[in-house]
Write a protein that binds this ligand. Structure first.
Ligand SMILES: *Cc1c(COP(=O)(O)O)cnc(C)c1O
Length: 404
C-alpha cells in the first residue's frame, strides 16, 4: 500500500492565519520557551486568555484533579461545577443567571439571542435589531461578524446576517438616530481590543444606559477581552458605575481552557426557557473546574488592586518610551493591562522587532501594537519589557538608516 502525499497548494492546516514562524514547547509564568531553548516574555497571554501565565500550579492542579473524576456528561444532567461557577459569577456581578459556552463568539451569539428573545417574550417580536459600533470585534461566526461589521471579515461569505446597525464609536447622536421601532438592544465593548485599544468614554457608556432604559432596549457589553481582571476591576464597566443587562465573557475565564459565559439579569433572560439555546460541551465539568479555579485566583484578596498598581507602573514606563522614541510611537492607550502603542511605523514591523528581542506582543487595528501581559506580572517583568522595547526601537531605527 503506498501512501501518496497530497501535493496540492493548500497546507494540511487550513491557512486562515498569518502566523509568526515560531512554536513553543512549554511555558512558565510570564515566559514561553521555544523548542530551541529561546525564552520569550509573553505580553500576548494568548490574546488576553492566560491571565495567570502559563502552567500556573493552582490551575494545573484544578485541571488534573478534575481529569481524574469526570470530563464530560452533557447538559442532559446537572453539572455541579456549573451551578457553583454561575452562583459565584452572579454574586460578583450585576447578573442573575449565566449560560456557559465554549468560546467568545458563541457567547456573543447567546447574548444576541437573549436580546432578541427578551423583546419577543415581552410582546415586541418586531424588535430584533442591535446597534453596534465601528471598530468592534465580536468573533467570527456569521452573526458575530455581522455585529462586528468589518467588511474585510465579511467579504465572500454571502449575505451579511441581518439585524445590526453600526454607528461610530462614541457618537451618541448617531446611536439615537439609529434607534428605530425595530431596535432591540445596543452591543458594545467597553474597551475595544482588536479594533485598536479604544476605551469608551465613561459618560458615553452612561448615556447608552439611559438611552436603553428610555427606549426599552437591552444594553449588552462584550467583556470577552477587557473582563476578568484585565483592567484592574473584575469587569471593565465597574470603572464607569453602570451595569449592562447582558454581558459576554470568555478568554481569561478559562485561563487557556476554552470556556465562555453569557451573563444576564433575570429581566433580560426572561425568554430563555428550556430548549431555547444549548451546546454539547458548554459548561462541561472540566471547563467548570478551571473556571472556578480562575475565579478563586482573580477574587483573592488584593489581587485586583495589585493589577491596578502594576498596570499604572507599566503605563508610566511606556509613556516614557513613547516620549523618547517619538519617531516609532505616537501614544500609549488603553486601560489596566490592556494597553496599546500606537505606531508611526507599521505595527507588524514593531511586533517583529519586539519578537526578535524576545518580547511577544499582538497587533490590533489602527496600527497599534497591543500589550496583554499576564495579570501576574511583577516590576521585574515590566523592567525587562521596557528594556526589550527600547532595544527594538534601536533595531528599527538602524534598519531604517540602512534602507534610507
Ligand atoms: C476574542 C474576542 C471575541 C471572540 O472570541 P472567540 O473565543 O475567538 O470566539 C469576541 N469579542 C471580543 C471583544 C474579543 O476580544
Amino acid at each position: 500500500m503506498s501512501v501518496v502525499a497530497k501535493t496540492g497548494p493548500v497546507p494540511p492546516v487550513m491557512p486562515t492565519y498569518n502566523r509568526a514562524d515560531l512554536a513553543f514547547e512549554r511555558g512558565e509564568g510570564a515566559y514561553l520557551y521555544a523548542a530551541d531553548g529561546r525564552r520569550f516574555l509573553d505580553f500576548t497571554s494568548g490574546i488576553a486568555v492566560t491571565g495567570f501565565g502559563h502552567a500556573h500550579p493552582y490551575l494545573v492542579k484544578a485541571l488534573t484533579d478534575q481529569a481524574q473524576k469526570i470530563w464530560h456528561s452533557s447538559n442532559l444532567f446537572r453539572i455541579p461545577g456549573q451551578e457553583r461557577l454561575a452562583e459565584r459569577l452572579v454574586a460578583a456581578t450585576f447578573a442573575d443567571t449565566v449560560y456557559f459556552g465554549n468560546s467568545g463568539a458563541e457567547t456573543i451569539e447567546c447574548g444576541i439571542k437573549v436580546v432578541r428573545k427578551f423583546q419577543a417574550a415581552n410582546g415586541r417580536p418586531e424588535r430584533y435589531r442591535i446597534v453596534t459600533f465601528e471598530g468592534a470585534f465580536h468573533g467570527r461566526t456569521l452573526a458575530a461578524l455581522a455585529a462586528g461589521g468589518q467588511q474585510k471579515y465579511l467579504d465572500g461569505f454571502g449575505p451579511k446576517v441581518d439585524g445590526f446597525d453600526q454607528v461610530p464609536f462614541g457618537d451618541l447622536a448617531a446611536v439615537e438616530a439609529a434607534i428605530g421601532p425595530a431596535t432591540a438592544g445596543i452591543l458594545i465593548e467597553p474597551v475595544q481590543g482588536e479594533g485598536g485599544v479604544h476605551t469608551a468614554p465613561p459618560q458615553f457608556l452612561r448615556a447608552l444606559r439611559e438611552l436603553a432604559d428610555r427606549h426599552g432596549l437591552l444594553l449588552m457589553f462584550d467583556e470577552i477581552q477587557c473582563g476578568m481582571g484585565r483592567t484592574g476591576k473584575l469587569f471593565a464597566h465597574e470603572w464607569v458605575g453602570i451595569t449592562p443587562d447582558v454581558m459576554a465573557v470568555a478568554k481569561a475565564l478559562g485561563g487557556g481552557f476554552p470556556v465562555g459565559a453569557c451573563l444576564a439579569t433575570a429581566k433580560a433572560a426572561a425568554g430563555m426557557t428550556a430548549g431555547t439555546h444549548g451546546s454539547t460541551y458548554g459548561g462541561n465539568p472540566l471547563a467548570m473546574a478551571i473556571g472556578n479555579a480562575v475565579l478563586d485566583l482573580v477574587l483573592a484578596e488584593g489581587f485586583l488592586d495589585r493589577i491596578q498598581k502594576i498596570a499604572s507602573h507599566l503605563r508610566q514606563q511606556l509613556a516614557m518610551v513613547v516620549e523618547k522614541h517619538g519617531d516609532i510611537f505616537e501614544d500609549v492607550r488603553g486601560n489596566g493591562l490592556l494597553l496599546g502603542l500606537k505606531c508611526r511605523v507599521p505595527n507588524i514591523e514593531v511586533n517583529a522587532a519586539l519578537r526578535a528581542r524576545g518580547l511577544l506582543t499582538a497587533g490590533a487595528g489602527d496600527n497599534v501594537a497591543r500589550l496583554l501581559p499576564p495579570l501576574i506580572i511583577e516590576q521585574s517583568h515590566v523592567a525587562e519589557a521596557i528594556e526589550k522595547i527600547e532595544a527594538a526601537c534601536g533595531d528599527l531605527k538602524q534598519a531604517k538608516r540602512k534602507v534610507g
